[in-house]
Design a protein around this ligand. Structure first.
Ligand SMILES: [Zn+2]
Length: 677
């Protein structure tokens, strides 16, 4: 076999992969898979061994071919590769849709569940249950007329969501601020005003032109001393794509939002769910609408007092009443004055080699694993490093790549992704391999790469996802590692591990000045740890406002009354808003997470997973953060079980009870309602 994307070596041969390999490999694989799926679906007496295992093998094969492609597209982008990637996207999506809507396969899985169910292992039963559920959620079992309507509604939804995004983008691009008085730029960093000056020059205008992109908006809100400039940006930003503000009515998303809610409601009803929230919960850890709402209300009740105190304190600091566009600015000043710690000053204390060895030590102490670098593995860039992870007895468990530094043609941000998934099937076995990707500053001038503490937290976060993938003991690809894990629980291991990056014992081990080797001085360490709970109440209430709004509009939609979007927003605000919000604020009209992205009826997940992570970490704090028995339970119940069991059951097995929000409140210094901080 000459196409490296179809080879099944133990690791991808990155150096041999060329853009021209992509499309032929994908076409060949998909064609072969379709033939195979046809054969499997036609079997007269389907069993787990004759249908499910082979389908799992096909999943594995697709990932083996496609994962290196999408990875290279993200970290070593080129025009040729991007073109090949884009040609293949619709091919893969059509394949996935056909598979998800295959009636013969759906029947086969149900037959296996009915006839073999009792004889199967729990993991196998869970796999089939998941698969049958997912078939059902794509409308496969509906009578023809409803099925047709389901497909049309999904298609219309995709188009409406794209329209929503376009309107936001166009409204954002349409506005800019032309500044002619230098004083108005006071407080903004040099780079930003230099860009603004060049932009004005290009347009042959005097002065400066500031655009409404996100980095500029954030910089203006936190740094600009001119209240007038902040107000102008705030108004433009929070009225984008609406009936208010400087571009009022030109890209108004109001009707689009109404249509989106209507289609989502219809999709849910076609599958016999009373509303879209219930439909969305079918695949989540939270099981009912009430459970989510009371979760959010409980947090709001607990955090309101702290948020009110923080806001009163901020107004006292500013010595005046604050408007919505003043808050970021004064919060930044208060934080600087109080903590006297800056991310840039921390860099010399966090050289990457020191942080990595400290991080590995945490994983080794907790889970009894051994992590070792191995030279000579095929990589896609000379800076990439390769590590193997083994059990304390030396049994190999998996391996991972670390691509740490920013460079051109690499996507920004940080992430963990699956390179190879674990499997143990009749057709063969494979150990998991992960990509850990970050965008840290390069080493240089004889120094190692130096991280900010934000970077350190990011690295711990992604490594937490990595452990979830690498320490899995599940043999079936569709529910191994992070696959098939409820979407509101998938951030549990990553946010859990973040806690270690804030712990004094760990900070001692991962810090060491690159010159002297001295760990972070105790007073600086304390101030750093204290920043973690700065304005925790205010930011919690803000997140809760978004989450409650999202969940209520997706629960309360009715064909007679429509979405009642602004009405519900007002109700939510009267319940949870602590800071003043102008009547003309129209943030829902640009709330892409829920109207265009994957967070519909799911914005609560951010807080949900945070609570799980904080509560899990509290179990460690009770017995010592490196307590072996607690770590073993965490490994067995949660980290190694992937999607093979219900997320709530797994959590209860680990914690001995349901999740409790108090751990998160305590972590943020919010110890219950009304009490003085
Ligand atoms: Zn994450």
């Amino acid at each position: 076999m000459d196409n490296p994307l179809l080879g099944r070596d133990s690791l991808p041969q990155f150096a041999r992969i060329r853009a021209e390999h992509v499309e032929p490999a994908v076409r060949e694989l998909l064609a072969a898979n379709r033939v195979r799926i046809g054969e499997l679906a036609a079997l007269a007496a389907p069993t787990f061994a004759t249908v499910v295992e082979p389908i799992e093998e096909l999943h594995h094969g697709i990932a083996r071919t496609w994962s290196p492609v999408s990875h290279l597209n993200a970290v070593l982008n080129s025009e040729a590769l991007r073109a090949a990637y884009n040609v293949c996207l619709p091919l893969l999506s059509a394949y996935q849709t056909d598979l998800a809507q295959s009636e013969p396969l759906y029947r086969a899985y149900r037959t296996i569940a009915e006839q073999q169910g009792a004889a199967l292992a729990p993991v196998q039963r869970q796999l089939i249950e998941h698969a049958v559920r997912d078939f059902r959620l794509t409308g496969v079992g509906l009578p023809p007329r409803r099925k047709e309507r389901f497909k049309t509604a999904m298609l219309e939804l995709a188009q409406l969501q794209a329209r929503f995004e376009e309107n936001v983008l166009d409204a954002t691009n349409a506005w800019s601020r032309h500044v002619t008085d230098r004083h108005e730029l006071r407080g903004l960093n040099e780079m930003l005003s230099e860009q603004a000056r060049r932009r004005a020059e290009e347009q042959q205008s005097p002065g400066w032109i500031l655009r409404l992109d996100q980095p500029t908006y954030v910089a203006v809100m936190t740094d600009a001393e001119s209240g007038e400039l902040r107000r102008a940006f705030y108004e433009a930003w929070t009225t984008r794509a609406s009936d208010r503000g400087p571009t009022a009515g030109r890209w108004d998303n109001s009707a689009v939002m109404e249509e989106i809610l209507r289609r989502r409601h219809e999709v849910a009803q076609l599958l016999d769910y009373p509303n879209y929230s219930q439909y969305a919960l079918a695949t989540r850890m939270a099981h009912s609408v009430d459970e989510v709402l009371s979760f959010l209300h409980e947090l709001a009740a607990a955090a309101r007092g702290a948020a009110q105190r923080e806001f009163a304190e901020l107004e006292a600091f500013a010595e005046r009443k604050l408007a919505a566009w003043d808050i970021g600015f004064y919060a930044e000043r208060l934080q600087r004055e109080r903590f006297r710690v800056s991310q840039e000053e921390l860099r010399p204390y966090f050289p990457l080699p020191k942080v990595l060895s400290g991080l590995f030590e945490v994983a080794e102490r907790l889970f009894g694993v051994r992590i070792q670098e191995r030279a000579g593995a095929p990589v896609w860039h000379p800076d990439v490093r390769f590590f193997e992870i083994a059990s304390s007895r030396g049994e190999p468990l998996g391996s991972f790549y670390l691509d740490a530094y920013a460079r051109p043609n690499k996507r920004s941000g940080a992430w963990m992704d699956e390179c190879i998934g674990r499997k143990r099937l009749a057709s063969g076995a494979a150990l998991p391999v992960a990509y850990l990707v970050c965008n840290f500053l390069l080493p240089g001038g004889g120094r190692p790469a130096l991280l900010t503490h934000d970077d350190v937290v990011t690295l711990f976060h992604e490594f937490g996802h990595g452990l979830h993938h690498l320490l899995t003991r599940v043999d079936y690809p569709s529910i191994a590692g992070i696959n098939g894990v409820a979407w509101d629980a998938v951030e549990l291991p990553s946010q859990f591990l973040e806690n270690y990056a804030w712990h004094p014992q760990v900070l001692q081990r991962i810090s060491g000045h690159f010159d002297s080797g001295a760990p972070l001085p105790a007073d600086q360490q304390q101030r750093l740890i204290a920043t973690r709970s700065f304005h925790a109440g205010l930011s919690m209430m803000r997140q809760l406002e978004f989450a409650l709004f999202d969940f209520r509009i997706h629960t309360e939609y009715s064909p007679e009354h429509g979405g009642r979007i602004l009405e519900i927003l007002r109700e939510v605000r009267s319940e949870v808003a602590v800071v003043p919000v102008p009547e003309w604020n129209r943030f829902p009209n640009s709330f892409g997470h829920i109207f265009a992205g994957g967070y519909a009826a799911g914005y609560y997940s951010y807080k949900w997973a945070e609570v799980l992570a904080a509560d899990a970490f509290a179990a460690f704090e009770e017995r010592g953060v490196f307590d072996g028995a607690t770590a073993q339970r965490f490994l067995e119940a949660i980290l190694s079980s992937g999607g093979s069991r219900d997320a709530l059951e797994a959590f209860i097995e680990f914690r001995g009870r349901r999740p409790d929000v108090r751990a998160l409140l305590k972590q943020h210094g919010i110890d219950g309602a009304g009490e003085p901080a």
